[in-house]
Design a protein. Sequence first.
Length: 429
Amino acid sequence: MISNWLSAALARRNIHYGWAMVAVTFLAALISAGTVGAPGVFIVPLQKEFGWSAAEISSALSIRLILFGLMAPFAAALLNRYGLRNVTLVAQLIVASGLLASLFMTQVWQLVLLWGVVVGIGTGMTALVLGATIATRWFVARRGLVVGILTASVATGQLLFLPLLAAITERLGWRIALALVCMMLGVAAFAVLMVMRDRPSDVGLRPFGDEGTEPLPAPPPNTAPIMAAALGTLRDSSKSTVFWVLFATFFICGASTNGLIQVHLIPMCLDFGIPQVQAASLLAAMGVFDFVGTIISGWLSDRYDNRWLLFWYYGLRGLSLLFLPYSDFTFYGLSLFAVFYGLDWIATVPPTVRLTAQRFGPERANLVFGWIFAGHQLGAGVAAFGAGLTRTVYATYLPAFFVAGALCIVAALIVLTISRPAKVAAATV
């Protein structure tokens, strides 16, 4: 088995297998996230080929984003029940099947079914919950850093492939670009099959940072019904004010990132005369800065008060969104926005995951975070549809950006209503 050979090779170099898990999950999330971000490149080509309006296309993308989030708590239960590798492989198969079938679509309802429902369910089966599960299951130390690395892969993958896909779409058509995405999913699936394992005990190890000498025994088989596990967690966690604060702030996080910038920045740039490839390059630049910013955020979340980190992240993001309409969409203005916004793109995730683990315990952290992430994607879905509707009705995206910026300021303020965690609880994370 490749995993056994790899485990032995890493052990000789005194490297924990958990870092191989981080590497393969990073690759899988990077490519999977590229499939989530790709439709932003295809909005204008679909409008030209089929005559669909921005609101019609945005409705499919909105459904995808909402399902991506609503699947998250059930994804955590699936991961706990059937294992990381099995669920990840099935998710990649579902996404690839939906994208391949969409090469032949001709009606808007087919777009909604394939890009909305099928891809939404497939991508939602892992979402950010997979990274949170690996961080809490494979690591005792460096959890914040691991969450930062894996979160960065999600956002960066959504942005990094966009210039390539935009260039292919411009020269060869959107179907060729979509076929390339499917091929990359196949590469990711092979890596997951060969390397990913469920728990440290599968390779004879304890979690990284655990000072024990013997591998932890495998937990008893998880036979809890998926619906019962997910809904039971929602019932219990919803009694906490902390849950609703994190849910509300993550709703705003999704509305101001995935649903707005990822989906609509390229068509908005086209409204201001900026070519599609150049606009996609702007998103790619954000992805590079996001990669740096999110890893730094993970490092900071291990060391500083996560509430104040979220205060600054949301506040600065709100200011950057309010600034964008006044940038005049010049090279200098957009570059400044790309750096400022990119560093803050999804830096909110590591502090949110750590606060979740601190308040609800590491064993239930992935299930609770799944519901909080559902709020993130509900916000993304609302923003994706709302911005498209704004463009259709008012012929401009700018009101959506002003609203998103104002909501971020609100999120910065309400996150401070969370009380400081007890030192004992913080030490367990």
